[in-house]
Design a protein around this ligand. Structure first.
Ligand SMILES: [Zn+2]
Length: 222
């Protein structure tokens, strides 16, 4: 199948399924200095267990509220981090070809259902005189992924902060993910993959540069 058509259709069906086209663009704020209120989560989880007819005091569930509270603190720790910190150390380089890092695995949480979505992010940029350590791109994905969000916004947030912090001539971010809110509930379509992309700078405006970066990202894949 034509990869581009496949990609566009996947993107559209993802949008339709999640009605996320109207999400406001997330501009990353500075590091927020607050701690997760673990006791509050514990009380809420206990309420959920009571609401579904469970006995939160039975042996198997006794530690669950505390465990879930710690889990949320971990899954949402990106809310207290500023991913830009990874992009402060850049190197001046004359290299002016596309840099691509593929298959950066991540786990995030869908803000509509608070269920995990996970997959891979592929990042490409066209340096404008500055390059950054390749592992830093993976660290940016890690920080941004650890918050409640929709995949579309996550993709755009990563692209925006890379083009801003690196003064890159172009940035392309492609995210492929499986959403457990689609696989274990609701429409229940295991294996459905949502693909989203965000293109900035030359990758957006120059068709041949865009074709080149998409070939690099999808090279060797279906
Ligand atoms: Zn969802």
């Amino acid at each position: 199948m034509n990869r581009e058509v496949d990609h566009i259709e996947a993107t559209r069906s993802c949008r339709d399924a999640k009605q996320a086209g109207q999400e406001p663009r997330d501009k990353l704020s500075a590091t927020q200095e607050y701690q997760v209120d673990l006791p509050r989560i514990e009380r809420a989880v206990r309420e959920i267990l009571l609401a579904v007819g469970e006995d939160p005091d039975r042996e198997g569930l006794r530690e669950t509220p505390a465990r879930v509270a710690r889990m949320y603190a971990e899954l949402f720790r990106g809310l207290r981090l500023d991913p830009r910190r990874h992009l402060k150390k850049v190197f001046t380089e004359k290299y002016d070809e596309i840099v691509v890092v593929k298959d950066i695995s991540f786990e995030s949480v869908c803000e509509h259902h608070l269920m995990p979505f996970m997959g891979k992010a592929h990042i490409a940029y066209l340096p404008g005189g500055k390059v950054v350590g390749l592992s830093k791109l993976a660290r940016v994905v890690e920080d941004v992924s650890r918050r409640p969000q929709v995949q579309e916004r996550m993709t755009e947030v990563i692209a925006d902060l890379l083009i801003e912090e690196l003064d890159a001539k172009g940035v392309a971010v492609v995210v492929e993910a499986i959403h457990t809110c689609m696989t274990v509930r609701g429409i229940r379509k295991p294996g459905a993959i949502c693909v989203t992309s965000a293109l900035r700078g030359a990758f957006r405006t120059n068709p041949s540069t865009r074709a080149e970066v998409m070939t690099l990202i999808y090279n060797g894949r279906q």
